[in-house]
Design a protein around this ligand. Structure first.
Ligand code: PMP
Length: 390
């Protein structure tokens, strides 16, 4: 029996990066002491106070079908958060609660792109992006951000790809995998292209609580952009709630209305007790988010110390998110060649840059997701390994 092309070609560009991740997991299962610096998962769990609230809400009966767009109190809280951060008037009618940011990205493309239309995104990119776009029937079109520009996207490059006709552009700041936070200049340039080419913007801001340098600026806050932007947010990274699957999309009321209809026919909403816990967590304010972000801030400092005074590895200045992007081109190796050898010889697993797109070739991504001293030691070994390759 034939399967749909949509599903069989969803990840036709699947890269070797995940092969390495799976090989590291298999080595671990076989008893090898592998240091994993691969995926973006905190080494802390969800705060027990949030779990207590989840439990309380479930026992209180919030276990039936919940409001599909999200419970009103949570939509209000998300709207207030987004309005406070961006200065753009936002109400619950602008908010759809989703089971995580990933489903928000998919639903956004479903809402904005017709089958066969081009959907742009910036390379290097979070690994699911092309499959998310294909899943919605659109055609993924990468726009390379260059390492020599510190991986800030160049609006002129976006314009060249958009000139072929496109429905949407997806951006991600703070960025996974590069750690780059888009500057105001970059965002204003992107906004100009979006207006000139009549593009929808999908702004993935799931790392907005992890900014180490400068300030996170949402493109929705730029003049004339609120009407053509969907912001995707999540509590996975900000509150260490990856497994709870809770996030949101914020955008124009009309688009959100259609997306509620899509939710009715797909997810049917998010569990009520998870939403209650999310509301409780958001109401704890910025301090709680800073606590979740603090280990990454510390490890970034550790990394700056370890990487100073050597030139085998060049650090792309990490301004946000829980990763380091290291340029390994001085070794003459590819990102995957380097990562494979590092795994075999040092039992350290990192993601090859190539698994995040062609623009990240010759780089590796290091997740800052293990305890501080183990992280510092692993980085030192990584530096020694890189030096030995030159
Ligand atoms: N966007 C980016 C850039 C991510 O790194 C992730 C998760 N790693 C997501 C979206 C999706 O996160 P979630 O579905 O857990 O909210």
């Amino acid at each position: 029996m034939a399967l749909s092309k949509r599903i069989t070609t969803l990840t036709s560009d699947a890269s070797g990066g995940w092969d390495l991740f799976l090989r590291a997991r298999a080595m671990k299962a076989a008893g090898v002491d592998v240091t994993e610096l691969t995926i973006g998962e905190h080494d802390i769990r969800t705060d027990p106070a949030i779990l207590d609230e989840m439990h309380r809400a479930a026992l209180a009966g919030h276990t039936g079908y919940a409001d599909i767009p999200g419970i009103p109190a949570l939509r209000d809280e998300v709207a207030a958060r987004i309005e406070a951060a961006s200065g753009v008037k936002t109400t619950r009618d602008n908010v759809l609660v989703t089971p995580g940011g990933q489903s928000g990205l998919f639903a956004s493309h479903m809402a904005l792109c017709d089958p066969g239309q081009n959907a742009l995104f910036i390379d290097p990119y979070y690994a699911t992006y092309p499959g998310t776009i294909r899943g919605a029937g659109a055609i993924p079109c990468p726009v390379a951000a260059r390492p020599e520009n510190g991986f800030q996207p160049d609006p002129a490059d976006i314009d060249v790809v958009a000139a072929g006709g496109a429905a949407s552009l997806m951006i991600n700041t703070p960025n996974n995998p590069t750690g780059v936070v888009y500057s105001r200049e970059t965002l204003e340039g992107i906004a100009e292209v979006a207006r000139a080419r009549d593009l929808w913007l999908i702004s993935d801001e799931v790392y907005d609580s992890q900014v180490w340098e400068g300030r996170h600026l949402s493109i929705r806050a730029i003049e004339g952009m609120a009407e053509r932007t969907l912001v995707v947010g999540s509590m996975s990274k900000s509150h260490a709630m990856t497994g709870s699957r809770i996030g949101w999309v914020v955008g124009p009321q009309e688009v959100v209305g259609h997306m509620i209809n899509l939710s009715t026919h797909t997810t049917y909403g998010v569990a009520g007790y998870i939403q209650d816990a999310a509301l409780f967590a958001l109401r704890r304010g910025a301090r709680a988010e800073e606590e979740v972000a603090a280990p990454f801030r510390r490890r970034r400092e550790i990394a700056l110390g370890v990487l100073a005074g050597q030139n085998a590895l060049r650090l792309v200045p990490p301004q946000g998110a829980m990763y380091l992007m290291l340029d390994i081109r001085a070794t003459g190796m590819s990102g995957s060649g380097f990562a494979e050898k590092l795994l075999d010889e040092c039992h350290i697993a990192v993601m090859p840059g190539e698994s995040f797109g062609a623009a990240a070739a010759g780089h590796i991504r290091v997740a800052m997701t293990i305890e501080d001293s183990a992280f510092g030691n692993a980085l030192k070994k990584l530096v020694d390994f890189a030096q030995a390759q030159i």
